[in-house]
Design a protein around this ligand. Structure first.
Ligand SMILES: [Zn+2]
Length: 137
């Protein structure tokens, strides 16, 4: 079987079950955020030195979602569904969902991260991207 690689390894860890996201936390006020950045705290204004890396489990609740039917960009074929997920650890993130049409989804559904194949790179390796799917709990 061909080797697989995560598309954006700086943003998440593909090995966990479910995969986890690489976020950040302010030591001064406790504000948790995603994606990671080193400029300073968006909440209290503390400098970048006060920010630390934190692992955010890929679990949360579906806040809202929308299905895209017409899309000109490359790399993804319409229809596809984008959701806003409120992670259990605080931050809200926007992610493409595994369901193409959003059928059966409701705001408030429990969601978990998963890795989905998104084609292959120049070396023939399978490229995996983080997605969210409805979970049982
Ligand atoms: Zn802060």
């Amino acid at each position: 079987m061909a080797q697989s690689v995560p598309a954006q390894p700086a943003l998440y860890s593909a090995s966990g079950k479910p995969p986890s996201l690489n976020g950040g936390r302010c030591r001064k006020c406790g504000y948790v955020f995603f994606p990671p950045q080193h400029y300073g705290c968006e909440s209290c204004g503390a400098p970048g030195e006060e920010l630390e890396a934190v692992v955010l489990p890929g679990r949360g609740k579906l806040h809202s979602f929308a299905t895209v039917h017409l899309h000109q960009g490359k790399g993804i074929e319409a229809p596809f569904t984008v959701g806003v997920i409120l992670l259990d650890d605080g931050p809200a993130i926007r992610s493409i969902l595994t369901t193409r049409t959003g059928e059966g989804l409701r705001a408030g559904d429990r969601m978990s991260a998963t890795m989905a194949a998104q084609g292959s790179d120049e070396q023939g390796r399978e490229v995996m991207e983080l997605r969210f799917e409805k979970s049982a709990r």
